[in-house]
Write a protein that binds this ligand. Structure first.
Ligand code: AMP
Ligand code: MG
Length: 357
């Protein structure tokens, strides 16, 4: 926490106790223009009333977020959408019926119901209904739509626990609702519905295959598989190096996991000889290959179960900060299913430092 600031209040919300005075109080803090971090089924969000320009400006300030990176507006149900958008496209109706509440964010045409700071003046607004019971109870208690990016300091790995939120934002926000670890571990899929064909701007909890089963062909924005610094991604958040731990990350990308381990070990040795403390981010399958050699080995999940990797990803990246490593060598994964979102985050954490094998 920074000097001269009051510590952030933490209030625990137990499962089954979402309709409690605690959550009512948090809703009142939001209505009054305060900043409240809360669990969602993806990661922890940092909320402010989406109707309150000053409160939303506070999110950018607390996170150190560039103001051209717009926020996702969270609402409590599909039924509320009509209050903020004149024409709700048929595709949005269909998607909401299948995936809301859930990790799918829809980008719709802006009808100027929110202050420009919410959408970064893009002419579109991103909106979703989160599936976490605490998030839903908070939205109902607040009685206002809530703009909420991930509750991390800008550029850092997203928070999946209340402790992660405090690591980055203690003293900079009013309140954290602690509802235990966020389940999914990666953010929502951001889907642009403003053009003729739907476009995935950010891969996330809902996979391209799930979307295509409903909509037919869906495009992937070229920035999804590229690194930070690509020209003009349509989701501004995608242009920054992001999700990054303190030490530089080198990402190894390929399908042959034994070969990958060999390449990582060779690079680790090269760095260790130069006196660097090396961290290795490994899938559980390969863990034993790296152990007993003096490296800081952090494991995520199983290679063929990308959901287990997604759930552990951000905690694993933050773990390297606590171990003060100088460099991180990260195993890439297949882009099947949730693997697409995992690889997208790792690409950004690596800032384009990718070794193809
Ligand atoms: P965060 O909630 O921190 O994961 O960030 C929200 C993400 O949604 C960022 O990558 C934003 O660039 C993206 N986003 C929010 N609003 C829009 C919008 N209107 N159009 C395109 N992308 C958006
Ligand atoms: Mg974020």
């Amino acid at each position: 926490m920074e000097q001269g600031r009051l510590p952030t209040r933490v209030m625990v919300v137990k499962s089954g106790e979402e309709d409690s005075p605690t959550v009512m109080e948090a809703g009142a803090v939001l209505r009054a223009g305060g900043l409240v971090a809360f669990p969602t089924e993806t990661v922890y969000g940092l909320g402010a009333s989406a109707l309150d320009e000053q409160a939303v400006a506070g999110i950018f300030k607390a996170k150190g977020r560039p103001t051209d990176n717009p926020l996702i507006v969270h609402i409590d149900s599909f039924a509320s959408l009509g209050q903020y958008f004149q024409r709700v496209p048929e595709r949005a109706r269909l998607l909401a019926a299948h995936f809301w509440p859930g990790p799918l964010t829809l980008v719709l045409r802006d009808d100027n119901r929110f202050p420009a700071v919410v959408s970064g003046g893009l002419g579109t607004v991103a909106v979703r209904v989160p599936a976490h019971p605490v998030a839903l109870a908070l939205l109902r208690a607040a009685g206002v739509p809530v703009a909420a990016p991930s509750a991390n300091a800008s550029g850092r790995p997203s928070p999946t626990t209340a402790a992660h939120v405090l690591d980055d934002l203690d003293g900079r926000i009013d309140l954290v609702l602690d509802g235990g670890p966020a389940g999914l571990g990666v953010e929502s899929t951001v889907l642009d519905l403003t053009g003729e064909q739907p476009v995935i701007l950010r891969p996330g909890g809902v996979t391209p295959r799930q979307l295509e089963a409903l909509l037919g062909p869906v495009k992937l924005d070229p920035a999804v598989n590229g690194a930070a610094g690509d020209e003009k991604p349509r989701s501004p958040g995608m242009k920054y190096t992001h999700y990054a731990p303190q030490a530089p990350v080198m990402l190894f990308d390929g399908n042959d996991s034994a070969r990958m381990a060999k390449r990582i070990l060779a690079e680790a040795e090269r760095l260790a000889v130069r006196g660097q403390r090396v961290g290795i981010l490994a899938c559980r399958d390969n863990e034993s290959m790296y152990q007993g050699k003096g490296y800081a080995v952090v494991t995520t999940g199983w290679r063929d179960e990308p959901g287990t990797i997604a759930a552990a990803l951000y905690e694993s990246l933050r773990c390297f900060d606590r171990q003060s490593v100088d460099a991180i060598l990260a195993e890439g994964v297949s882009t099947e299913g949730l693997g697409l979102a995992v690889m997208n985050r790792l690409l950004r954490a690596a800032g384009g430092n990718v070794v193809k094998i």
